[in-house]
Design a protein around this ligand. Structure first.
Ligand code: BGC
Length: 740
């Protein structure tokens, strides 16, 4: 009987493949194939398609647990994550294809977040470039490399807005602003998925983590989220939606509960919103064991209930808890669950496997040749360097301390990040090999071949040991220029890396004070996966650069910037607070009924810290200066049928060529619901030669004025609006118009 069914299924598939349908019928043809496949599947095989398990690593390399191997061979698992490499993925795929009755290929997923082997800057750093096409290209290269090692699916882009730098996962996102983050989410999906999912160098994207994970209470990871639907829809949902609209074929649930319902059992999120409202047609995977976690959330009494409520809410694939596998067949057998729900989930998952072309050739992504040629090649490394230099933000540059002349003789590099390769690639660095990353020292040596470059660590990243201070001070005193390289270790941001203080760890600030006291021209470079409270450095370090974690090419990119070979153009995608007490702090706050007034105690402020952040969203300096003027509108009175058209002039008044991110913010002066003091609505990257002036025109669609009203309807209201334009969110050049 078994052989007969196998024969039948293969015959059916071959028949389908032989009569390749024209493009227009492709969708229907896939649907028919899937239906016939489902009709042949046992309940265990169906649930197998809904099951995702991990591969593991030990000293000898990658391995698959014995029980998972046996599951693969019986068709009880349909997807594996953390497995890559041509030989290894081929071995696993052969297990699935050669040993199972229906020969359904496995799907291989992995967290390819900011590069696969060539590691690009961490996502928050990439966001600081405000360079959407470079970000798309970074995702494209990540997909080229990952697919060359047999991968089909990346657990990215992470689209969680975060306004709380205590939360370590801020590093994985695009910062605090929905407009910027949405453009980035879209770019990443397009980069990963390309134009044709079936091509062997495109990866299926996974929009994560639905939803509002970045608003975890008190910045503590996995914590609860409680927010109004207005803020959810206006601030937190847009990047996920943008990624779905860009064609992402999978979505991942988040760990948090949202207004009392854990995301993994949240029908409002996974069905009403995602499928019914947004029209998502792909499949939903849980986060790691998050079905199991429904027990801890206290919304499911046991394994079976946890599985059932998440499936009913709209989950299709169970990552790692094994609860679907353990309970769904029995629930169906006992008539406690409708098998049609399982069929629907299977259908969605098989569809993605078809779209990826795995039924045409389960090995199409596995190529020894591509593995050798398409990984860390010169073009990929060059793109990573380009992205890295664009991600660096110049925060301070007193008396033009930077750039450092290439004629400088003695440079001292001081601090635990100075001769450090390990931390450069940041967290979630996929298959990146940190030993192949370029340290700051190596980058400087390449850029300043004639200089004497001395290094002293001074102290560790953490701890209280100051025995290295003496040597550090000695080399600083002998140098013409000092670079302080300070920051967090790579593991201090990312998952499960929340911090209740976000100061520089250990004794690094004391080291900085000792060195800066020497009076030598000094530039401090901060490496971190989140904003740190660096007030002291902001006042005392003559120059200050935010470098995040820049990936494989870190040292080269930093040397490009400190030498002036590249004029820094990065802008903060997130507000830098003065202390943790200001958190959450973001530029698009509400005004309050008692706006700040220094002369009135009873207005909205603190007794002990200003309301203003240390550095505002959108902020970032250049070695040159940009002057904004002539903000002019076509018409100051428009109707809902018009677009909002205006122009302005930007002049480079300095001596160096440079790139500026021209930012436009809008404030709705009067509405039926309180509106933020300003919201980013447009930006343009402009390159200007010294002395050059450019007229820049914008045309915003009327939807730029839409918002969610008290009844959650979405639209604009007549009234007055202010437009602000400039180089950061404090932009002061403004004009006003009226929507009739
Ligand atoms: C993370 C996800 C990730 C998954 C698989 C989880 O712990 O929250 O972002 O994709 O692990 O590695």
């Amino acid at each position: 009987m078994r052989n007969l069914t196998t024969f039948l299924s293969i015959a059916i598939l071959l028949a389908f493949n032989a009569c390749q349908s024209p493009q227009s019928n492709k969708k229907d043809a896939i649907g028919t194939k899937i239906d016939s496949l489902i009709s042949l599947m046992t309940i265990e095989e169906k649930v197998g398609q809904l099951t995702l398990y991990t591969s593991d690593m030990d000293q000898t390399g990658a391995y698959i647990r014995k029980e998972y191997e046996s599951d693969i061979k019986q068709g009880k698992v349909g997807a594996i994550f953390n497995a890559y490499g041509a030989d290894y993925t081929r071995r696993l795929q052969e297990m699935a294809v050669n040993s199972t009755r229906l020969r359904i290929p496995l799907l291989f997923g992995y967290d390819v977040i900011h590069g696969h082997r060539t590691i690009f800057p961490v996502p928050l750093a990439e966001a600081a470039s405000w360079n959407i096409s470079a970000i798309q290209n970074a995702a494209r290269i990540a997909a080229e490399e990952a697919t060359a090692e047999g991968l089909h699916w990346t657990f990215a882009p992470m689209c969680d807005i975060s306004r709380d730098p205590r939360w370590g996962r801020m590093v994985e996102g695009a910062g605090e602003d929905p407009f910027l983050a949405s453009l980035i989410a879209e770019a990443r999906v397009k980069g990963f998925q390309g134009d044709d999912l079936a091509s062997n160098n495109t990866l299926a994207a996974c929009v994560k983590h639905l939803a509002a994970y970045g608003a975890s209470q008190a910045g503590r990871d996995y914590h609860a989220v409680d927010m109004s639907e207005n803020i959810l829809r206006e601030v937190y949902l847009p990047p996920y939606k943008a990624a779905v609209d860009a064609g992402a074929v999978t979505v991942m649930t988040s760990f948090n509960d949202l207004n009392g319902i854990p995301a993994t059992a949240n029908k409002f999120l996974l069905t009403d919103l995602l499928r019914d409202e947004w029209g998502f047609e792909g499949f939903v995977v849980t986060d790691y064991t998050s079905i199991m976690e429904l027990l801890h959330h206290g919304v499911a009494a046991d394994t079976a209930e946890a599985a059932a409520i998440s499936l009913k809410a709209g989950v299709d694939m169970d990552m790692q808890s094994g609860f679907f596998q353990k309970t769904l067949p029995t629930l169906v057998e006992n008539k406690q669950l409708d098998e049609a729900l399982i069929d629907e989930a299977v259908r969605r998952i098989l569809k993605v496997k078809f779209q990826l072309g795995l039924f045409d050739d389960p090995y199409r992504y596995i190529s020894k040749e591509r593995e050798e040629n398409d990984i860390m090649n010169p073009a990929q490394l060059e793109a990573a360097r380009d992205m890295a230099k664009r991600s660096i933000v110049l925060l301070r540059n007193e008396k033009q301390t930077l750039p450092i002349s290439t004629k400088v003789k003695n440079i001292a590099v001081i601090g635990p990040m100075g001769d450090n390769k390990r931390d450069m690639i940041g967290s979630w660095s996929a298959a990146g090999d940190w030993s192949k990353s370029v340290s700051l020292m190596e980058g400087l040596q390449a850029r300043y071949p004639g200089a004497n470059i001395q290094f002293a660590k001074g102290c560790e990243i953490e701890g209280t040991d100051k025995t290295g201070f003496r040597e550090a001070k000695q080399i600083a005193e002998k140098a013409d220029f000092v670079i302080l390289a300070l920051g967090e270790a790579y593991w201090m941001s990312g998952e499960a890396a929340s911090r209740s203080t976000i100061d520089l760890p250990g004794v690094q600030q004391e080291l900085a004070a000792l060195i800066i006291e020497t009076g030598k021209p000094t530039a401090t470079i901060i490496f971190s996966g989140r904003p740190l409270t660096i007030n002291w450095l902001a006042e005392n370090s003559p120059a200050l650069l935010q470098a995040w974690f820049l990936g494989t090419q870190s040292g080269h990119a930093l040397a490009d910037v400190v030498s002036g070979y590249y004029n820094p153009s990065g802008k903060l995608p997130v507000t830098f607070p003065r202390n943790v007490g200001q958190i959450p702090i973001y530029y698009s706050m509400k005004n309050t009924g008692r706006p700040f007034d220094a002369n009135n105690k009873y207005t909205s402020k603190y007794l002990d810290v200003p309301n203003e952040p240390l550095y505002a969203f959108g902020y970032g300096l250049s070695y040159t200066k940009f002057v904004y003027s002539k903000l002019q509108m076509d018409k100051h009175s428009i109707t809902a049928q018009d677009s909002i058209r205006f122009s302005l002039e930007v002049q480079n008044t300095g001596k160096l060529a440079g790139e500026e991110v021209v930012q436009v913010y809008v404030h709705d002066q009067l509405a039926t619901i309180t509106r933020p003091v300003r919201e980013l609505k447009a930006f343009k990257n402009v390159f200007l030669k010294p002395g050059e002036t450019q007229k820049i025109s914008f045309s915003l669609p009327i939807e730029a004025l839409y918002f969610y009203k008290a009844d959650l309807s979405y639209g604009s209201e007549p009234g007055k609006f202010t437009i602000f334009a400039g180089g950061d969110s404090n932009a002061s050049l403004s004009t006003a118009f009226e929507l009739r």
